[in-house]
Design a protein around this ligand. Structure first.
Ligand SMILES: *Cc1c(COP(=O)(O)O)cnc(C)c1O
Length: 752
């Protein structure tokens, strides 16, 4: 039956007479049927990718692409004067992730399916996800994100396991989310939940009783852990996730008739960051219940598990007090103590290698490294820093366990779906083989001197700016000039990512315009990102940005030349709309702090030029495109690490030592700006910049302003800029997550 007939029968009426919502439901049903017709990928060995986050984005459009019917459906709806993208917009975006790490997990599932690998994801079903971000009085407020209501991408199964939490048994429910690959492959994301969770206990924003585990367990991703109850709740969540995962894995293996002594032969488990680390002691515990000794079980689990490290920020490396673990998961304590004792004996009490430290805290990453056969970083620089600095003692002990897997992104979502015009133009130029072999994008270099092609790239960028301007006008009533240069910094709000440095550039530029020094054309600076609800400084940075936005908007002298936009509730949908419209990709983290970044790759693939530090995967972008096709500024990672090691950075010296830094920082509490904001918050931020500035904003500020100016003037050299765009797109093939997953499989999982 063809699609039109099928849709008409779902609708019970003609397509042209259906509402968008009816069409959305019909298409969703149609896609679901098509997915069920595709056999699940099988194989001798199976991967389980365990992650607290999967930031999947909306499913309908991506599934239509992967089924190979997007164009057909688009044309069909077009004929009936209906826009497919407006229908897609009706799907609530799953709020199962926080940022890059969760988005990576989603791209990985897409690639695992596309490469037809036998691998499932395992995580939790958070009813309200992270939170929804709103702005009031130029400040962030959090509300529950009720994305589950009306979302039919998720299907309840009859699989359920008992999980013991603080001595009480809770019965889980497993929900499944289908993941289909491009043209082939079909796997699952399994999300565990608890029936007794009660959404009505959330009051007054996102507050709820943190002690009521039965009702709160899976309400939110990353509930506030600034107090003990919050930390206990995180442990409850983590154990609930891994206990279900462990039981599912062992059940599937038993059903296949495999001996659990051969687990490492049939199963690979990838631990995405430290949140799922308790799967190690949990599996060892379960294998011991099957009659193995701790040593036997630990050896098997070590050979089964791999661990991915995502950060070197020590505050982000989880360390749970043994006492808290004892409260929530007493059944794991003998195992954790046993594993710790074994390492203490083996490594002569070396404190750098211990699992439990002197303060009786359990270092989850240490547990992972000792009891897995692979530890990987997520970009070359990050892995080198792990080996030579942060995890040096571990690296000396297990040099062969450390490896790098530079992150990647799914080109289905981040080019084919998000930028259809560029994607089909590439097809026209070099054919479609790049979709299976992304390195083929290099063939675009044939057109490096082809004026027609270069102009068309420029035109597509302009069209995407118009598309984005319309979207943001409709959604938030904000006007954006498609003839302006669009610079974007969209990512979680964090001091190490240095949105505050961009804000200081805005002040610097504002003051220049006030003096009559105008840029060559209007500039639009776009921010998007959520701050963790308890992270005061990140919230103060949002406040500064929103306050600047208002000040500039109301100043007719400046608003012709400079526009600041902080988009609320940044998520995958916003990213997909904005990235194709962007000219300058701001990747300005303090060198050594951003493990990889994946936003940087999305921008590059869509023809934006990076303005960044030599951090994370920016280094690899620079190596691929060459110095001439990227704007690099600031201190490098070794210089930064040396400053930390010698306590050599004092922000006040930079404040006192430069007239322009001084003026920009002072402006934060000026009368003009305070009129639009909250003086106390602005003062707190300013004091921090002058007296602490842990992530060294002022260190790189002058270099940043200088290089940003060069980029803004280079933009006027259109011939040069268009070639830079082409070079960035053509060299982006390396960043396909298909390449990343291929490497994980070759080096770590060995599925086939
Ligand atoms: C890609 C992506 C991120 C990660 O961005 P970085 O710049 O790498 O931190 C975060 N959130 C969303 C919605 C994304 O799509």
């Amino acid at each position: 039956m063809n699609i039109e007939t099928k849709l008409t029968s779902f609708l019970g009426k003609e397509i042209k007479d259906a509402t968008k919502k009816e069409l959305y439901d019909a298409l969703r049903n149609y896609v679901y049927e098509q997915i069920q017709d595709r056999p699940l990928t099988v194989g001798e060995k199976k991967l389980y990718y365990i992650s607290a986050e999967f930031l999947t984005g909306k499913q309908l459009g991506k599934n239509l692409i992967n089924l190979g019917i997007y164009e057909e459906v688009n044309t069909l709806l077009d004929k009936n004067n209906i826009s497919l993208s407006e229908v897609e917009a009706l799907e609530p975006e799953p709020s199962l992730g926080n940022g890059g790490l969760g988005r990576l997990a989603a791209c990985f599932l897409d690639s695992i399916a596309t490469l037809d690998m036998n691998g499932d994801g395992i995580g939790l079903l958070y009813h309200f996800g992270l939170f929804k971000q709103e702005f009031q009085n130029n400040k962030q407020f959090e509300t529950p994100d009720a994305w589950l209501k009306d979302n039919a991408a998720i299907h309840k199964t009859n699989i359920s396991f008992p999980v013991s939490l603080a001595g009480e048994t809770y019965q889980s429910v497993m929900y499944d989310f289908d993941v289909i690959g491009y043209k082939k492959g079909h796997t699952k994301l399994h999300l565990f939940d608890l029936e007794s969770v009660d959404e009505s206990i959330v009051k007054d924003g996102i507050r709820f009783d943190k002690k009521d585990i039965k009702k709160n367990l899976t309400l939110f991703l990353y509930p506030d852990d600034s107090d003990k109850d919050g930390q206990l709740l995180r442990i409850y969540q983590q154990y609930f996730m891994v206990s279900n995962a462990a039981q599912l894995i062992l059940q599937e293996q038993k059903q296949l008739g495999h001996s659990l002594r051969d687990l490492d032969k049939y199963v690979a488990i990838q631990i995405n960051d430290t949140h799922p680390s308790m799967i190690i002691p949990e599996l060892i515990r379960l294998l011991m219940l099957e009659g193995m000794t701790m040593k036997e079980a630990a050896d098997i689990i070590t050979n089964t598990c791999g661990y991915t490290n995502h950060t070197i920020l020590s505050e982000a490396l989880e360390k749970w007090p043994l006492e808290y673990l004892n409260e929530v998961v007493p059944q794991l304590i003998p195992i954790i103590n046993g594993l710790d004792f074994a390492t203490v004996c083996a490594y002569h009490n070396n404190p750098h290698l211990s699992i439990i430290d002197k303060e009786h805290r359990v270092h989850m990453a240490s547990l992972d490294i000792h009891y897995s056969h692979s530890t990987n970083g997520v970009a070359n620089l990050h892995t080198e820093i792990l080996k030579n600095q942060e995890l040096r003692s571990f690296f000396k002990n297990y040099p062969y366990r450390f490896n790098n897997k530079t992150n990647g992104i799914s080109f289905r979502r981040w080019l084919m779906h998000s930028n259809p015009e560029l994607s089909s133009y590439i097809d026209e130029l070099i054919g479609e083989t790049w979709k299976e072999n992304p390195y083929e994008l290099e063939r675009l270099f044939y057109f490096y001197n082809d004026e027609g092609v270069l102009n068309r790239l420029e035109q597509i960028k302009y069209n995407n700016k118009v598309r984005f301007a319309n979207y943001i006008k409709e959604k938030e009533g904000i006007e954006i000039d498609p003839n302006s240069i669009i610079c974007a910094q969209i990512k979680r709000m964090h001091e190490y990512k240095r949105q505050q440095m961009n804000a200081l550039w805005i002040i610097y530029e504002y003051l220049k315009i006030k003096q009559g020094i105008l840029p060559p054309r209007p500039i639009t600076i776009i921010f998007g990102g959520k701050a963790a609800p308890a992270y005061i400084m990140a919230k103060n940075i949002i406040h500064l940005i929103l306050t600047l936005e208002e000040l500039i908007e109301k100043d007719p002298e400046v608003n012709k030349w400079l526009k600041v936009v902080m988009i609320k509730n940044y998520n995958v949908e916003v990213a997909e709309k904005l990235i194709p419209a962007c000219d300058i990709s701001e990747q300005i983290s303090l060198a050594s702090k951003e493990a990889s970044g994946t936003g940087n790759m999305k921008f590059m693939l869509n023809g934006a030029v990076t303005l960044g530090t030599l951090d994370g995967a920016n280094v690899e972008i620079r190596d691929l495109v060459g110095q001439d096709n990227i704007y690099i500024f600031g201190r490098n990672s070794q210089e930064v690490i040396n400053l930390y090691n010698t306590n050599g950075y004092h922000s006040i010296d930079f404040y006192n030592g430069s007239e322009s830094i001084h003026r920009s920082v002072d402006f934060i509490t000026s009368e003009e700006l305070s009129k639009h904001g909250d003086y106390t918050l602005l003062k707190e931020l300013q004091d921090n910049l002058k007296n602490k500035d842990w992530f060294m904003t002022l260190l790189d500020l002058e270099s940043y302003c200088g290089v940003k100016e060069v980029a803004i003037y280079d933009y006027e050299n259109r011939e040069k800029w268009k070639r830079m765009m082409l070079s960035n797109i053509a060299r982006a093939g390396f960043f396909s997550s298909d390449r990343t997953i291929y490497e994980y499989n070759n080096d770590i999982w060995h599925l086939k």
